[in-house]
Design a protein around this ligand. Structure first.
Ligand code: SR1
Ligand code: MG
Length: 419
């Protein structure tokens, strides 16, 4: 199968015949395609994901579908997202080596990426629901977010390289448009594809009636669409992270775009907060301990992020922004400048965090942390805490005293009956 061939989606049955000539795949799984076993394991909202097992080993074949898998062919979606995912993976691998799966092969016409099979990694969201801990998670995620944020910005990149990259990724239109609608807009009105847990109506009415909240969310959206500070993963939730008990990787950057430096870490923290709020439905015995562990992951991720960002500021500030010629070379400390950049970054992060907490309960594509709770009244009670805390974060994003304050707020809401 070559780049010139017209696109056709793969199936478990056709994959061996169609990909047997791709040496990058045969190198990893073995030459004899008749001996390959193929499983389709895609559980995301958009793509086909195959595990190919052969005599030599395993590989992942990920192929974009021309529509949203979650909804069906009534919602077409461009295949070009595989192109942007491939380019995002190469940049993430360069900016934080070892953080993403290795890419073996990319076929633009077939919208497919062949990449490293991660084992025994599983989707982090599943581990959080199961109450499992991951050693080194905060260190890994804090460094990933800081390195990709810093090294993808004009704090580090040459201006021409950054502009070329912004231009390249500006072609990814329809995928970020999903975020613009599903994340930033739909939760705040009665949009067609919305759904919510029965019982949440009074909380939803409060959120949708809060004009100041809607203004803040739209301000965050304005920054998301018009501020091209750095290359974002764009969809950094716990379903985009694969972990063992002591190793993690980030996957699935097809929502890549250039955007505000606080976006990824804000979305990530939201997903840990939703894991936190959902825990009373998933366990009894070690509930308090496990919830403490999740909050610890949030505070540690944020402090590793900040330490790594400051380290990169001191050692890799090679771009046009805040140059040493204006600060260190003049005998002037640049710490206040770094403080100011981080202040804006956290403001953006906490606003996005609150918005993500809203969208996963109100718009399309809810998360399993809450969705797996069969007892609807309990689910509503837990989601209500999450929704009201989200509103607090959006309102106070500018003045919050860091992740410790956010976690203190989470503890307050966790003990509150909001409904
Ligand atoms: C229609 S796509 C719905 C969601 O799935 C992806 O993982 C993104 O989070 C998107 O918002
Ligand atoms: Mg995804």
């Amino acid at each position: 199968m070559s780049a010139g061939t017209a696109y056709e989606s793969l199936s478990v049955d056709t994959l061996p015949e169609r990909l047997k000539a791709v040496s990058a795949l045969a190198d990893h799984v073995g030459e004899d395609a008749t001996a390959w076993q193929v499983q389709e394991v895609g559980d995301g909202n958009l793509n086909l994901v195959f595990i190919v097992t052969g005599p030599k080993g395993k590989a992942i074949v990920k192929q974009a579908l021309p529509y949203v898998r979650l909804v069906g062919d009534s919602w077409p979606l461009p295949l070009y997202r595989a192109f942007f995912e491939y380019h995002a993976l190469t940049r993430q691998a360069a900016r934080d080596p070892g953080s993403v799966p290795r890419v073996y092969h990319f076929d633009e016409a077939q919208a497919l990426i062949i990449m490293e099979y991660l084992a025994p990694h599983v989707i982090l969201r599943r581990k959080l629901i199961a109450g499992e801990r991951v050693a080194g998670l905060a260190e890994f995620l804090g460094r990933f977010c800081a390195r990709t944020a810093f090294r993808g910005s004009e704090l580090s990149l040459a201006s021409g390289d950054k502009k070329a990259d912004v231009a390249l990724f500006a072609g990814n239109v329809e995928i970020p448009a999903i975020t613009e609608a599903l994340v930033f807009t739909d939760p705040y009105f009665d949009a067609e594809m919305n759904s919510h847990t029965t019982g949440l109506e009074p909380v939803i009415a409060r959120l949708r009636g809060d004009v100041a909240l809607k203004v803040r969310v739209q301000q965050a959206l304005q920054r998301f669409v018009s501020n091209t500070e750095t290359m974002l993963h764009g969809d950094l939730h716990s379903g985009s992270i694969m972990s063992t008990d002591s190793d993690s990787r980030v996957i699935d950057p097809e929502f890549v775009q250039y955007g505000p430096m606080g976006f990824d870490i804000g979305m990530l923290c939201a997903n840990f907060l939703m894991a936190y709020f959902s825990q009373p439905a998933h366990r009894v015995a070690d509930l308090a301990d496990y919830q403490d562990w999740i909050l610890g992951v949030i505070t540690d991720t944020c402090s590793v992020f900040e330490a790594e960002f400051r380290h990169l500021w001191a050692t890799e500030r090679t771009g046009i922004l805040y140059p040493a010629s204006l600060f260190e070379d003049q005998g002037h400390d640049s710490t206040p400048a770094c403080d100011a950049v981080l202040k804006g970054l956290w403001r953006d992060a906490w606003a996005v965090c609150g918005i993500e907490m809203h969208r996963r309960c109100l718009s399309l594509a809810h998360n399993a942390d809450f969705e797996d709770i069969a007892y609807v009244a309990l689910r509503a009670r837990l989601e209500a805490r999450n929704l009201m805390m989200g509103a607090d974060l959006i309102h106070s994003a500018e003045s919050l005293a860091g992740a410790t304050a956010v976690c203190a707020l989470a503890r307050e809401y966790n003990g509150k009956d909001v409904l």
